[in-house]
Design a protein around this ligand. Sequence first.
Ligand code: GLN
Length: 486
Amino acid sequence: MHELSIIELKDKIAAGEVKSADAVKSVFERIEKHDPVIGAYISTFKEGALKAALDVDERIAAGETVGALAGVPIAVKDNMCVSTGKTTCASKILENFEAPYDGHVIEKLKEADAIIIGKLNMDEFAMGSSCENSALQQTKNPWDVSTVPGGSSGGAAAAVAARMCFGALGSDTGGSIRQPASFCGVVGLKPTYGRVSRYGLVAYGSSLDQIGPLTTTVSDAALMMNVIAGHDKRDSTSISTDVAPVKDYLDGIDQPLDGLKIAVVPELNAGASQQVKDAIEKGLDVYKGLGAEIVEVAMPNVEYAIATYYVIATAEASSNLARFDGVHYGHRTEKPKDYIEVYSKSRAEGFGTEVKRRIMLGTYALSSGYYDAYYLKALKVRNLIRQDFTNAFEKADCLMMPVSPTTAFKIGEKTDDPLEMYMADIYTIAVNLAGIPGISIPCGFDDGGLPIGLQILTEAFTEDRLLRIARMFEKQTEYNTKMPKL
Ligand code: GLN
């Protein structure tokens, strides 16, 4: 059963051929067997999931209409608030935090009758690219357990790759859906900024954060988008559907784009490893075989994306994380001398090293003497980067590039050098600075059998076209059907 896509499974459940309860049992058998090694889940909701599945089965047997994901086991990254269970953000400070409400996407999943089976590991507060910053556990890459699954949505990518859920939701501030999807050989979509409400998502960089699906097929990502996309007045950045209507992302997904023009950025690609470059070239050949034309473009400002992002994201993080003060949420130090110690000790004990580094960097960038030099400058460069994308989309329908310069690296290989880890975000973070949608789809393997992702980018609010372009590739290749040997 675990080899089915979401669409295959939900069709079988709707037709009464498969019981949702059996799908849930099968998924938990896999979790119990493989997760002690992989470590993707921080918590699971077995009892609640079985109960919800039995309810869906009963409603289907009674001939009732059910939702678009009826009976399908789905897992979510542990920075999305659920009313049943914990929301830890993989941090000691929230280790025992129970949110009193469901986030917007959780409500949407429930309305669609999906079965929420558990919460997935991540880098603490979504800061990182390897899950090594999780304060709770290290997730391993199912393709090679000595390597990282990527991050920060590493638990989500690993769980989908190991078929320990049928699909998952992650969040992407600077690549955290696409990069782990690439490392684990699954599909990961970061929608346009504003397309999916972040109400109930613990904020990291508010001008960058976006929720999106991780799945085994492009069509499954489209189906999940149908469920989660739309306007929500509780998130002030959520776009009105009058301005940007929500499409049916499955409608026409199998229709190739005629006369497709693909832009590539040769100077940018030069930074990737030879094996990654080769896989991207082969990927482009697939599109050429389908009649696509490749055009070269320059994006002169993207080289400043890392510096820009790490000023803006840390500035926003320092402000967002001020709410974890030992009073409002989570951990409080035991015997504070005075109220200053309530704050300082609770935070010192609760946050990990990377989170502290970013709070300090961000506070520094926002401080009165440095605001103009760093933060304001970064905002200006952000506009230039956005302009690079606008220029590229005047010449082509989409951009294609690697997701990450390398395949999954060894656990521990980069932990001593945070800057080296930041540098590896070069292909993903400019996309968040520009707010446009991006997808990673499996496009090959390196010599060691580790997956490689192809990144495709289109203009804001054109996820329908993005998914169609991705689907063109998937129909011609079989990379997404390969599974890690566990
Ligand atoms: N790796 C980037 C960071 O550490 C992106 C993380 C993310 O997208 N949440 O900030």
